[in-house]
Design a protein around this ligand. Structure first.
Ligand code: PAF
Length: 284
């Protein structure tokens, strides 16, 4: 496995792979890898001849400097996991390598990027599009793999791909959960053991609300989830939106869209740690 830090090396390795007739899969990450990322790597290894995993904590997508400073960085462990799962190339660039000059490009895909995370974290998706478009240009993959935990991120990246003419498959991979129901996230590393247990309620309540959705309309389901989580000491819901899974606009009734998703952000614990999760209420 190659561990490289420069765009030049990345381009050389990808070009050699392509000249040998190999397909290339890209798994973009910010490191602190867990089984959720491993599932993306597994899928790429299965479907592509060469798997590139990028490990880069992208400063332009953080609107809170404190969040950026606390983001876990574990490159050695990340490389071990990538090698174990059969990845071929780890691309771990510096900030200067990715942004030799400030990126002034503006990406805007309303209304997909103006709701939920877009509303709560101004500039976040612009930063995501900046880095992901650069990674796509540098790697020219045949497929790119993203986790559905970041449900809205996938919708925004699909819009960006259409806009910029990136003509390859974005493969959306299912959320991986702990047995407790907690969605795997690099941010879980910032939780204490107790907080981790508390955070497991997010997944549990979402699943309970889906089991009972025939008994509640959309409004009542929303209130059930928000009230159940806010009643738990150490949790505070920032937003919970029940939306059309394609347009990400709120739905008022279950039959309003073929695919309906519930997307939630919850603050957990003392620091607090901001956790996101989502659930398919209707998956066409
Ligand atoms: O989902 C993430 O980890 C990041 O937003 C991504 C896609 C790697 C871009 O920095």
């Amino acid at each position: 496995m190659y561990i490289i830090h420069s765009v030049q090396e990345l381009k050389q390795l990808v070009s050699a792979a392509k000249s040998a007739g190999k397909t290339v899969g890209l798994v973009p990450t910010m490191g602190a890898l867990h089984e959720g990322h491993a599932s993306l790597i597994d899928r790429s290894v299965k479907e592509c001849d060469t798997t590139v995993v990028s490990v880069f904590v992208n400063p332009t997508q953080f609107n809170d400097p404190n969040d950026l400073n606390h983001y876990p960085r574990t490159l050695d462990a990340d490389c071990r996991l990538i090698e174990e799962r059969g990845g071929d190339i780890v691309f771990a660039p510096s900030v200067e390598e990715i942004y030799p000059a400030p990126d002034t490009r503006v990406f805007s895909y309303p209304p997909i990027d103006t709701v939920m995370e877009g509303a709560k974290r101004p500039g976040h998706f612009n930063g995501v599009c900046q880095v992901v478009s650069k990674l796509f240009e540098m790697t020219t993959p045949d497929r790119a793999y993203f986790g559905e935990k970041d449900f809205q991120q996938i919708a925004v990246i699909r819009a960006m791909m259409k806009d910029l003419g990136f003509d390859f498959n974005l493969v959306a991979c299912p959320i991986v959960r702990e047995e407790s129901g907690l969605a795997l996230s690099s941010r879980n590393a910032l939780l204490s053991e107790d907080e981790r247990e508390t955070a497991a309620s997010i997944g549990k309540v979402l699943f309970e609300s889906r089991r009972q959705m025939a008994d509640r309309d959309v409004r009542a389901t929303h209130d059930f989830v928000v009230n159940a989580l806010n009643a738990i000491d150490g949790l505070e819901v920032e937003y919970f939106d029940i939306v059309n899974a394609d347009t990400l606009q709120p739905v008022a009734a279950w039959d309003e869209a073929q695919r309906v998703q519930g997307c939630i952000t919850v603050f957990c614990g003392k620091r607090p740690v901001r956790l996101i999760d989502n659930i398919a209420y209707k998956a066409s």
